[in-house]
Design a protein around this ligand. Sequence first.
Ligand SMILES: Cc1cc2nc3c(=O)[nH]c(=O)nc-3n(C[C@H](O)[C@H](O)[C@H](O)COP(=O)(O)O)c2cc1C
Length: 196
Amino acid sequence: MDAFEAILTRRSTRKYRPDAVEPEKVKRVIEAGRFAPSGGNNQMNHFFIVRDVAALGKLNALAESAFAGMEADESTYPSLRNSILLSKKGGYAFSYHAPVLIIVANRKDYGNNMADTVAAIENMMVAANALDLGSCYINQLYWLNEEPSLLAYLRGLGLKEEERVYGAMVLGYAATEDGLPVRAPLARKGNEVTFV
Ligand SMILES: Cc1cc2nc3c(=O)[nH]c(=O)nc-3n(C[C@H](O)[C@H](O)[C@H](O)COP(=O)(O)O)c2cc1C
C-alpha cells in the first residue's frame, strides 16, 4: 500500500478483536509516531504503549469514574457529553476494548504540545492502516489530563511531573469477518479549500 492509499483508506475502527498485535507491528507503528515532525525539532512527545490488560482496565475505570462525576447539558461538547452520559450509565470503555492503547504526552509548558502529539498520532494511524491494523483517535485522556486520579496513575506508569496527556489512539485487529479495517471512504463535505 503506498502512502496515498494508506492515507485515503484510513478510517476509525471502534470494534476490535481481543487478539494481541504482533510486537514487530507495534514497533513499526511507534516508529512512525517517533518520526513525525515536531515544532523546532523538539521531539518531546512521550509515548506510552499500554498492552497490559490490568492497566487498560484501570485506565478505563478511572476515566469512567471521573466522567460519571461530571455534569453535561445541551451546551457540552457532544463527544464529551456522550462520555459523561455513558459513564453515568456504567460499563463505558473509551478505548473500545482494543488490545493496544497508545497515549501521547508532552510538556505542559510547551506551546506545540498538542500539535506535536497529533502529528505523531496521525502518522501512527496511517501506518496502522498500512499494516492492516485498525485504529481510532481517542480524546478522553486529554479531556481528563488534570484529573488527579488519572494523573497519579499515569505518574506511576512513568508520566513526568511536567508532562500531561495531549492525545491517544487505540490499535488492534478490527472485529470484521476478515480482521481487516473497514476502509470505505467517508465523504468529505467540510474541510474547505481555497486556492490563491
Ligand atoms: C481531535 C480528534 C479527536 C477524536 N476523538 C475521538 C474519540 O475520543 N473517540 C472516537 O471514537 N473517535 C474520535 N475521533 C475520530 C473521529 O470521530 C473521526 O476521525 C471522524 O468521525 C471521521 O471518521 P474517520 O476517522 O473514519 O475518517 C477523533 C478525531 C480527532 C481528529
